[in-house]
Design a protein around this ligand. Structure first.
Ligand SMILES: *Cc1c(COP(=O)(O)O)cnc(C)c1O
Length: 362
């Protein structure tokens, strides 16, 4: 669809001093330490993708009538560059993020960024900000590619201009507590409906989920677990993470994709790793009542949430207006721990990479 674009690299006028960077990298938390650079690529109907640049990270100037501010035509991605034992760095399954970004764009009637441009933009930014990749275990350089309708127009239609960007954030662990998180079952709110945008990674899904997350926090929980919008019975996913269940016979289960669940790359990777080990994994609906009954009977042993940001996070307890039950011993279970280690070891370059998921950058 496009010829390769060459990226212009603009000299940064004032890099953050190394001593300041070292302080930021000591305890980066999640999503608050940003690097020196950013990538921008523009799209205009008739002109295609153009003006690919790596520049100093800087605020945007937007006309108040910029379409995204009114109709929320916006999508994003999240992926990580990992530090390797020899000091190099690698991306994990960036090609899968590139493809999902195209699928999200299609659903939101936006221009589709060619896969090679997505990949090149990530490589360019990691190269420019290579000193920002944390070395500590659990640390990574989180890349946030995103794109929004940049046309200045208030008419309701798919925009004819888009701005694609990538920013990067040095991150540590997503959750402060390494033990099991407590989920809040949302009775009043759903995340996605059939025919809606649940499978697209768009900001709008998050905007509509925040009120449920606010309720969860008010109730003293960490995250929301959403039920399906039709029967209000089937477990779908968290606001930004997929979910897995582990049973006493060693089998695992995760809700099936089908338009209302975000097709997580961590989800798919864990399924492949578990199958490599000969485990049975079902992609089948699981109801909230069954979850509660199985947790009580001991048929269900473990549950965990997964995503790029939070990696694999054990679920220790589930609460709602009419329920409160504990999963296993409330901490991380053996199967969860093992699967997490399998994934993390590949990402950190400590174990062989049988599926060819890692792309070494330098
Ligand atoms: C990004 C995201 C996930 C996790 O996807 P990964 O590719 O594993 O990071 C799960 N659910 C939602 C709603 C998401 O936006």
């Amino acid at each position: 669809m496009t010829a390769a674009l060459s990226f212009t690299r603009e000299e940064h006028p004032a890099l953050i001093p190394a001593s300041d960077r070292a302080v930021f990298l000591e305890n980066p938390g999640f999503g608050k330490v940003f690097t020196d650079h950013m990538v921008t690529i523009r799209y205009a109907e008739g002109k295609g993708w153009h003006d690919a640049k790596v520049t100093a990270r800087a605020p945007l100037v937007l006309d108040p009538a910029t379409a995204v501010l009114h109709y929320a035509q916006e999508i994003f991605e999240g992926l990580k560059a990992y530090r390797l034992p020899d000091g190099g760095a690698a991306l994990f399954r960036a090609d899968a993020n590139a493809r999902r970004f195209q699928e999200s764009a299609r659903r939101m009637a936006m221009a589709e960024l060619p896969e090679d441009l997505f990949l090149q933009s990530c490589r360019e930014l990691v190269a420019a900000d290579r000193d920002w990749i944390p070395e500590a275990e659990g640390g990574a350089l989180y890349l946030r590619p995103f794109m929004f309708a940049s046309e200045v127009f208030l008419g309701v239609k798919p925009a004819s201009e888009y701005l694609y960007m990538v920013i990067a954030s040095s991150v540590g662990a997503y959750f402060k507590t390494p033990t099991g998180v407590t989920l809040w079952v949302s009775d009043d709110y759903t995340r996605a409906a059939p025919g809606g945008t649940g499978a697209a990674k768009c900001g709008g899904n998050y905007a509509s989920s925040l009120i449920a997350q606010q309720e969860a926090i008010r109730e003293g929980c960490d995250q929301v677990v959403f039920l399906d919008a039709v029967e209000r019975r089937w477990i779908e996913e968290l606001g930004g993470m997929n979910i897995f269940f582990v049973f006493e016979d060693g089998s695992m289960q995760t809700p099936p994709l089908g338009g209302t669940i975000l097709p997580g790359i961590t989800r798919e990777s864990l399924m492949l790793l578990a199958r490599d080990e000969g485990l049975t994994i079902r992609e089948e609906p699981y109801s909230i009542d069954q979850w509660e009954a199985d947790a009580a009977s001991g048929r269900l042993r473990e549950s965990f949430a997964c995503g790029t940001a939070a990696v694999v996070t054990p679920i220790g307890r589930v609460r709602g207006r009419t329920r409160d039950f504990r999963i296993g011993n409330g901490g991380i279970g053996v199967a969860t721990d093992r699967l997490k280690a399998r994934l993390v070891d590949i990402q950190r370059g400590l174990a062989p990479d049988p599926h060819g998921w890692m792309e070494r950058l330098f």
